[in-house]
Design a protein around this ligand. Structure first.
Ligand code: MN3
Length: 205
């Protein structure tokens, strides 16, 4: 049973950067719907005992095209939003520290340059999709994009997602309308770098 993250903050905790109605609708409607449909599809495919990461990395084994599509879209929707919501905090650490900071400095030349790269990826993702900070097993960081609810697992990379930046219009349109760039700038105001660091340390082992 794939379980949707229980938000470790209230719906209005990310105000004024991400508004309460958007967080509530995004989590209790969009994300909940993906999660329900993912559980149904995983059950039907006989893959409900896998982790979401394992399942999304194994889509090639699903022969029924409709079922494969349901797993890709709803499994991505389930996984991507769990990461998206988990990385926010009411009182976020605004700076990366430790090994994450060292790697950001090495691979991007600093946190501001990393944010600029992520913003560029998010702005240039045409239509719905995501921008990602990912690491490989050796700890090398990079920024990538994906369309729809695709992610590094369903795209068959060996990259591990650290930051998931949702640029579907449902993530910002109520407050920001067409101003995706303003939403992206404010995403960083509530992104907790301590959470990203914990994930990085776990991923690189
Ligand atoms: Mn979304």
């Amino acid at each position: 049973m794939f379980e949707q993250i229980k938000l470790p903050y209230s719906y209005d905790a990310l105000e004024p950067y991400i508004d309460a109605l958007t967080v509530e609708t995004h989590h209790s409607k969009h994300h909940a719907t993906y999660t329900k449909a993912f559980n149904e599809a995983a059950e039907k495919a006989g893959m409900a005992d896998m982790t979401a990461e394992e399942l999304l990395s194994s889509l090639d084994k699903v022969s029924d095209p409709a079922l494969k599509k349901a797993l890709r879209n709803n499994g991505g929707g389930f996984f991507n939003h769990n990461l998206y919501f988990a990385n926010f905090s009411e009182n976020p650490a605004k700076e990366a520290t430790g090994s994450l900071k060292e790697s950001i400095d090495r691979d991007f030349g600093g946190l501001d340059a990393l944010k600029a790269a992520l913003k560029q990826a998010a702005l240039t993702q045409f239509g719905s999709g995501w921008a990602w900070l990912v690491t490989d097993k050796s700890g090398k960081l990079s920024v990538i994009q994906s369309a729809n609810q695709d992610n590094p697992y369903s795209d068959n990379t060996s990259l591990i997602p650290l930051i998931a930046l949702d640029v579907w219009e449902h993530a910002y349109y109520l407050k920001y309308k067409n101003l995706r760039g303003d939403y992206i700038d404010n995403f960083f105001e509530v992104l907790d770098w301590d959470k990203v660091k914990a994930l990085y340390e776990k991923s690189v082992g």
